[in-house]
Design a protein around this ligand. Structure first.
Ligand SMILES: N[C@@H](CCC(=O)N[C@@H](CS)C(=O)NCC(=O)O)C(=O)O
Length: 214
């Protein structure tokens, strides 16, 4: 059964796609155009009642929330493709810790930058320069913690690439690309080396072929 992934050109669905590629799980993609508000169509809302991408359909199993989906596939196919969860329960704990850091500390600032630098102008809406400035400051402080961590470990959870690193790929790609703030990564030696490593994985290069709205 081929997994269906909705909304492949957007960042959160790319979190799922890169996981599926690492886990060697076959998938097909179904385009959803957020600018045409296809994510608010009644048929789509039956799959994702909050009206956001991604959603996956795996046979008659439907799942939304990108981080729930990547945890599901990393566990379901633990011994297939790249092991993204660590070998011991302690490693798994660190993977979960850094997954939470990505979701709770890293993502909120970056998503504000995406909304106010990219989405708002694209939709003819005003962007808030105060939010942009505050988000950059907050993100800088988070990246200082990453710099310290990555000066001691090659990857966030230890010396192995994991779901925690993978989860950073889509929105960091916006940061170094369309947002134009690659200096936030490049000015931090160990964060920069980490980004070069994870963003050059064949899985991520493959996912970038699905394009992006910006
Ligand atoms: N927590 C959700 C967030 C999903 C999300 O915000 N997706 C964006 C695209 S990257 C979206 O669909 N935005 C449209 C909207 O929320 O109206 C997840 O990780 O799946």
């Amino acid at each position: 059964m081929v997994v269906k992934v909705y909304g492949p050109s957007y960042a959160s669905p790319k979190r799922v796609l890169v996981c599926l590629v690492e886990k060697e799980v076959e998938f097909e993609t179904i385009p959803i155009d957020l600018f045409k508000r296809e994510h608010k169509d009644p048929e789509f809302l039956k799959l994702q009642p909050f009206g956001a991408v991604p959603v996956i359909q795996d046979g008659d199993y439907t799942l939304y929330e990108s981080r729930a989906i990547i945890r599901y596939y990393a566990e379901k196919y633990k011994s297939q493709g790249t092991d993204l969860l660590g070998k011991t329960i302690e490693e798994r704990g660190l993977v979960e810790q850094w997954l939470e850091v990505e979701a709770q500390n890293y993502h909120p600032s970056i998503v504000n930058l995406v909304i106010h630098i990219l989405f708002a102008p694209a939709q003819g809406l005003p962007s808030d320069s105060k939010i942009i400035q505050e988000s950059e400051e907050k993100l800088g402080k988070v990246l200082d913690v990453y710099e310290e961590r990555l000066s001691k470990n090659k990857y966030l959870a230890g010396d192995f690439f994991s779901l925690a690193d993978l989860s950073h790929l889509p929105f960091t790609q916006y940061l170094v690309g369309a947002i134009g703030k690659d200096y936030m990564i490049k000015s931090r030696e160990h964060v920069s080396a980490w980004w070069d490593d994870i963003s050059n994985r064949p899985s991520w290069k493959k996912v970038l072929e699905f394009g992006a709205p910006f």
